[in-house]
Design a protein around this ligand. Sequence first.
Ligand code: P6P
Length: 336
Amino acid sequence: MSHTNQTLGEFIIENQSSFKYTSGELSRLINSIRLAAKVVNHDVNKAGLVDIIGAAGEVNVQGENQQKLDVYANKKFIQTLINRNIVCGIASEEEDDFIAINSQDENHQNKYVVLIDPLDGSSNIDVNVSVGTIFSIYRRVTPVGTAVTLEDFLQPGNQQVAAGYVIYGTSTMLVYTTGAGVNGFTLNPAIGTFYLSHPNMRFPEDGKIYSVNEGNYSHFPQGVKNYIKYCQMEEGDRPYTSRYIGSMVSDIHRNMIKGGIFMYPKSSKDSNGKLRLLYECNPMAFIAEQAYGKASDGFGRILDIQPTSLHERAPFFCGSKNMVEKVEEFMRNSMS
Ligand code: P6P
């Protein structure tokens, strides 16, 4: 099949055989995420026009004010996944606990659990800056036909079977991997179809963009401070350029295309950083590695961390391989 103008649906069918597990369910799962992304995109794009922006008046498990669009996106993704009867469990940044599905029906054979950040970067919604959805997919580890348990969700990121994000930006894109590279699809809103626009996405091995909230500089570990000063030095191919949108999906997407590193370190304010391991760091790390980049907690591979709780956080360094390795070198040297 000619790949010019290949749709997401055609791509899924063409690549089903490359997926090492039973293909049909994962394809249906990616298709359900595609549907939910189009529904959320429709409302993100007109958020300023209808009474859907602004705080929903609730506070989520993270202690953050829930934006109405957070709540809306969360409901849409959960509802779509349940309606398609594909998964046996869902965990979300916006839900205190995981959601067991079909737990009363011993006959259900659903094998997958999905973890989502339904609307990442939501603080940008009211100021019209791009936001995103992040998803992570595992096969359950407890027996099929039984109710899912926390064990099904607390798997290390290296067990993911698929992961991706939707970026609601100047255009809406769905970028995902099933472990055979990373591909990006752009939505044609006129007809509601995603087209393969960025095949085989790869992080440039090196880059000149560093993304970090430098307002936290004084709270960073010494190794991070030293790396930031390194980026700012007039020497060799430096100084680099600082770019920080405050929406991780957007920062990492830009860096994957142009080359760069995104950092959310731990600090004296956040002992494990701010980003959540299960539904932010792990899916973005899976994508980064599949795009020949790297994702680290400053010392080791994000995907090898054994989670101990649903909403745990992790320090996060993600992007061009050489840049992540450089900051790890600064982190090691600052410990010696
Ligand atoms: P700060 C958005 O809330 C988010 O989770 C990421 O998308 C983003 O990179 C980060 O937080 C921004 O956090 O503390 O720099 O505003």
